[in-house]
Design a protein around this ligand. Structure first.
Ligand code: ATP
Ligand code: LTN
Length: 332
């Protein structure tokens, strides 16, 4: 690789609807910040979404809503490639090949399948859900991605991707796959539920007071922040043994760009009434303009960006698939 060439970055996000502040701060914000330093490819992973049942019309809307949000948030199609996974057939084709490289022993260790299948029982879970990490490995290896920014929950999937790349390269005496590196965000980037600071903010939480949806209006946001749990101490301090307060200060800091130290100092001698009122305005001042930008992204723009993204990702994927099939002796 030439000295001045940017390294390839790949990341994906599922179009599963109802995005919240945790998704934004934990994933989207990072992507925006990284697109300048890397040759970035961002993928809306609809083929991953169907590992659990999806309503077709809802899935389609979620894919477009996510594209709209990513563009409104600052993914710049002049700098990055944005596309929908199922528009490039190389993902499922390579996933099949990697299915023959992965061993049952690799897969039986995967904790996310155990967690996700626990609800309905593994007998009723799809084989696709079991193979989810293999499709994720295919996403990454198809583009020679060197760096993969993900949340802490994806650490095991990145390890599997590295294992499959190395095993394939060794078996076929090739350097066909780049062994990628995960860029795992530190624990602090995990935004916790407003009603329960021991669990992450989640769209599948039982109470809507758990999360701030990116679609919430100003009054709903204010109400949710005012109701957010704190603890029995009246002061505003930042420490691990005060997870609820730590979480609120983290949100404040990430959205206002003020340091944690400055925020703590600002509220020295003040109570939660003042703090929460200001935090609510910080959140409103972030979300309302974002909603306005979302409303201004046209359907045409989405169509243009995604079709351009499909074309450029598709070209790279075709080249890689030809190379991989050749070393394996596949095809006519
Ligand atoms: P949910 O529990 O809301 O369904 P999820 O982890 O299934 O959350 P995904 O759509 O899979 O959500 O995740 C999209 C991205 O958002 C991932 O990179 C994930 O790590 C990140 N993310 C999700 N929830 C949080 C959170 N509370 N804090 C920080 N990042 C988060
Ligand atoms: N499994 C990831 C989403 C995802 C992904 C990827 C992330 C699918 N394919 C490739 C990085 C690279 C998640 O649930 N956050």
């Amino acid at each position: 690789m030439a000295e001045n060439q940017k390294k390839r970055l790949f990341s994906g996000i599922q179009p599963t609807g109802n995005l919240h502040l945790g998704n934004y701060l934990g994933a989207v914000k990072n992507w925006i910040e990284m697109q300048d330093g890397y040759d970035a490819i961002f993928c809306i992973v609809d083929a991953h979404a169907i590992t659990v049942p999806q309503e077709p019309g809802v899935l389609r809307d979620n894919i477009h809503d996510l594209a709209r949000l990513l563009l409104a948030s600052g993914i710049d199609p002049d700098k990055s490639t944005l596309f929908v996974q199922s528009d490039v057939s190389g993902h499922s084709e390579l996933a099949w090949i990697l299915n023959t490289v992965a061993r049952m022993g690799d897969m039986e260790k995967m904790t996310q399948f155990k967690d996700k299948s626990a609800k309905d029982g593994s007998e009723r879970s799809s084989v696709g859900l079991f193979g989810y990490p293999i499709l994720m490995a295919a996403d990454i290896l198809l583009y020679d991605a060197y760096i993969v920014p993900v949340g802490d929950d994806q650490r095991q999937h990145i390890e599997l991707t590295r294992t499959l790349a190395r095993r394939f390269n060794k078996r076929f005496a090739t350097d066909g796959f780049v062994v990628p590196k995960g860029e795992i965000r530190e624990e602090g980037m995990r935004i916790m539920g407003l009603d329960d600071p021991t669990k992450k903010m989640s769209k599948s939480a039982s109470s809507e007071y758990n999360y701030i949806a990116l679609s919430d209006g100003a009054d709903v946001i204010r109400k949710k922040i005012m109701k957010a749990v704190t603890d029995s101490e009246p002061t505003i301090t930042y420490s691990d043994d005060r997870p609820a307060v730590k979480n609120l200060i983290t949100i404040y800091s990430l959205l206002s760009k003020k340091s944690v130290g400055d925020i703590v100092e600002q509220y020295d001698g003040k109570g939660f009434g003042d703090f929460k009122k200001d935090l609510a305005e910080v959140v409103v001042d972030f979300i309302l303009p974002l909603q306005e930008r979302i409303a201004n992204v046209s359907d045409q723009e989405i169509e243009d960006v995604l079709s351009q993204g499909t074309e450029s990702a598709g070209r790279a994927a075709d080249i890689k698939m030809r190379e991989i099939k050749k070393v394996m002796g596949l095809g006519s």
